[in-house]
Ligand binder design. Structure first.
Ligand SMILES: CC(C)(COP(=O)(O)OP(=O)(O)OC[C@H]1O[C@@H](n2cnc3c(N)ncnc32)[C@H](O)[C@@H]1OP(=O)(O)O)[C@@H](O)C(=O)NCCC(=O)NCCS
Length: 149
């Protein structure tokens, strides 16, 4: 996914807003999850996210997403974000994120997704690492939620 970074996306210093980057990450991730599951999906979680360098107004933001692993009803998707200087073509890796999407039916109920068969060495590495991340993620699930009044 490629977008031009416009003044409306940025703060007073001309750097793209973190929230805008997160919005695009969620959309790019959902596209991969949709295309794998051919279903409606919701975002169940986003792992930690670092912004390694700013993306400037006038640059392109490039987002690459892929399903790392499909579980029963959920999928881990990796999204890699780059900035690209439109005059020099210089590309910088600015963020990476792992998101979990759940396939849902029209009643909002989770339903099974097709398995993902890793084909390349990279696919197999991502598949294995996704299993370990899922274990940690589910172990801390809901830990950040405040108690209900
Ligand atoms: C995501 C959601 C559908 C899960 O519903 P649920 O009743 O907890 O369903 P289950 O316990 O059966 O879990 C379904 C799947 O979601 C996964 N899941 C649920 N919460 C998760 C979390 N916080 N992180 C990662 N995976 C999660 C489960 O591991 C399970 O995956 P699996 O079937 O592949 O093993 C539900 O919590 C929801 O609708 N949340 C709101 C989603 C939304 O609106 N997102 C937009 C941002 S606010």
């Amino acid at each position: 996914m490629v977008e031009a970074v416009l003044p409306n996306d940025a703060n007073a210093l001309g750097n793209m807003l973190g929230g805008r980057v997160m919005h695009l990450i969620d959309i790019a991730g959902a596209l991969a999850a949709h295309r794998h599951s051919m279903s409606h999906v919701v975002t169940a979680s986003v792992d930690s996210l670092d912004f390694r360098s700013p993306i400037r107004v006038g640059e392109f933001i490039i987002l690459k997403s892929s399903v790392n692993r499909a579980f029963r009803t959920s999928m881990e998707v990796g999204v890699k974000v780059f900035s690209e200087n439109i005059l020099t073509g210089e590309r910088k890796h600015t963020s990476s994120a792992y998101l979990t999407y759940v396939a849902i039916d029209l009643d909002g109920q989770p339903h099974p997704v097709p398995p993902l068969v890793p084909e390349t060495e990279d696919d197999r590495r991502r598949y294995g690492e996704a299993g370990e991340r899922r274990r940690l993620r589910l172990a801390t699930r809901h830990k950040g939620l405040l108690p209900q009044p």
